[in-house]
Design a protein around this ligand. Sequence first.
Ligand code: AMP
Length: 313
Amino acid sequence: MILRPHSFLRLYSSTAGNGLKILRTISEVRAWRRTALESSQDVSLVPTMGALHSGHEALVQAAKSLTDKTIVSIFVNPSQFAPTEDLDQYPRTLDSDLELLTRLGADAVFVPSVEDLYPSGIPLDQSRQVGAFVTVQGLSEQLEGQVRPQFFRGVATVVTKLLNIVEPERVLFGQKDAQQCVVVKRLVKDLHINSVVHVVPTVREASGLALSSRNAYLTEQVRQDAAVIYAGLNQGLELYRSGETNPELIINRIKDTIKTKFNDIEYVTVSDLETLQDIKGKIWPIKGALISLAVRVPNQFGDQTRLIDNILL
Ligand code: AMP
């Protein structure tokens, strides 16, 4: 028999291995959720785009420790990609994702279709999109939003849809995407969504490189060189700990470290933890700060891949 992509999904139509329920429609998720509620079991949701790695694994493990039931969603969300971005190229590894989730003991996985999640359709060109979308004003335009103006509208929209469908007691995100965490926390607060947001620390390779599904685009050499990104962030942290509170000097130290390997630094920013506005002049230790950055590195397709990372001061 020839196994095509997603064969695992078809072979194990509703349950994989020891009890991972594969839910493909919104009504299946709602029925699963209702059963949990009827047996007084609380639920954590871990939203992902698949191509699961140890970073996602940490979220699932944290979820399992928080609630009776854990559901993971796997959905490569078109609305957060610009027409020029890597939606088609984004790694899709559903068979091994399902195997990993089975091994981890997740209870259910939601693998929706684009049509189900976007009943009004979802052209990538934002000017042609119709229907309901969610924006979190004031937190979505800076940092990643400056380079990817459509990104957080897409994230906020899909997260709202998933929270409305699953209605989990808890929802988990990785600190790796720090701005996403701030945006989602505000979304949940302002829209009175009845879920608690948890942030799980970034999982890294031994070299310090933050794990990311997009690391699969890199050559081995670039992957090794990319350790310089976290090394740079740590140099910034050390400088701050030695008493330096001028964000410009901290940023310069980080850039100098990264430039030993990569020249295309998109941004390195020291921001307020709540407003995500640039901190000018002085970092106040009592308030802390977020250093975040994006670097473009060469990839194996002769193009560039953006790597993002951050550290808390
Ligand atoms: P993604 O599949 O890339 O959309 O990520 C799904 C979730 O996993 C998001 O909350 C991410 O922040 C989180 N995540 C991705 N990479 C890591 C990592 N290296 N460590 C911790 N969480 C991560």
